[in-house]
Design a protein around this ligand. Sequence first.
Ligand code: 2M8
Length: 448
Amino acid sequence: VRRAFRRTYDVTDLAMGAADVLRSNDIGTMVTAAPALYPHMWSWDAAFISIGLAHLGVDRAGQEIRTLLAAQWADGMIPHIVYGDRGGYFPGPGRWGTAELSASAPQAPLTSGICQPPVHAIAVGRILEVARRGSAEDRAAGEQLVRDSWDALYRWHAWLSQYRDPDGTGLIAVVHGWESGMDNSPRWDQPYTAVVPGPDLPPYVRLDRELVRDGAERPTDLEYDRYLWLIEEMRRASYDPVKVYDTCSFLVADVFVSAIFAVASDVLADLGEEFGQPAAHVAELRTWAARSRAAVAASCHPETGLARDFDRRTGQWIDVETLAGFAPLICGGLDADAERALLATLHGPRWAGHPELVAKVPPTVSPDSAGFKSREYWRGPQWPVVSWLFGWAHARHGHTAAAATLRTETLKLVGDGAFSEYYEPVTGEALGSRMQSWTAAVILDWCT
Ligand code: 2M8
């Protein structure tokens, strides 16, 4: 029996609720990704969070970006977790051991040893837009942020290009499912079969199990063993990016990360031109953007039109249908007919327009797909932050009506004011962490 879903929302109330979440998760030096489940700074969360913060104060938004960039490794990598001084999360800094093992890693703050999707230039660009709608001080703070962060962001993109696409294919590789941000997506099931935890995997205790009561909303223990085993492999390579690329048992060219890299490189190049940054660096960013955009388009399956990841260890395309297949809508690069067709698929009856869904928001896996699990993390639920990213990209590529629909439908989904990490698509139930900062941040951006 379908539960009637009639969630009404008030934009002003939602904005106020979202601002409260960001303020209450602010521990001074950083806004934690979530109050209990994620009590530290995550790289791509921080970028989205800073967009929300811009509506509360451009200076505070800039501080969040600066805190993240202060943890950038000497070689250019922006780490996926910057640890605050609270514990409460596993794996913590001791498990990674980056400060002891890698000469590139900072001694303070302590960080993890992998990265996450490069959405940061998108965030800085959006903060500047918000700043320019505000006072003279806001405007100045926004412009100063661009000047202060541009070179660090350029070095971050250069790191991805050099170490994660050493052959210049345009597809950026990830060495851990966590780097994709979509940790347990069915995209990674096949490559993870090659990750075989050894008997010397040090014992560990998961903390997430105690915080999310329904275990079905989180990855399985087998998945966790593999996540932790990859850390052991990287420790053995001392986090040297060349050694990691050559030896890690998980190496997949990630089409969604590549699309984000392409469009973020263009945003960064635009900012670089406007703010008088070195022409040679701007030109490199344009080259990377064009190359990755073309590679994302070329990855599309000839029949479904969906973009695909490529397993670099086996040399195989990964033919698994997930939301990441819509990567070309993030970066552009398809011809007009193909782009229209892909947009229609995303908003059509197999995806966001699926008749069973309570809100026309894309699920992470289609309910019609064999791999769909309605409550299980990145295997089906709707993630407001991902919808915001598609909405932002739709607006950038001129799909104004589709962008507006994503906004109103997502607001309907989150109308309960829980600001959950993800939502059950058929019932609209809030899942995972409540008061998740990036959910609040994108809602605040949409409501202001
Ligand atoms: C989730 O990932 C972390 C590991 O990085 C976890 O499950 O413990 C993912 O949703 C990731 O994309 C996100 O950045 C992070 C914090 O919100 O949580």
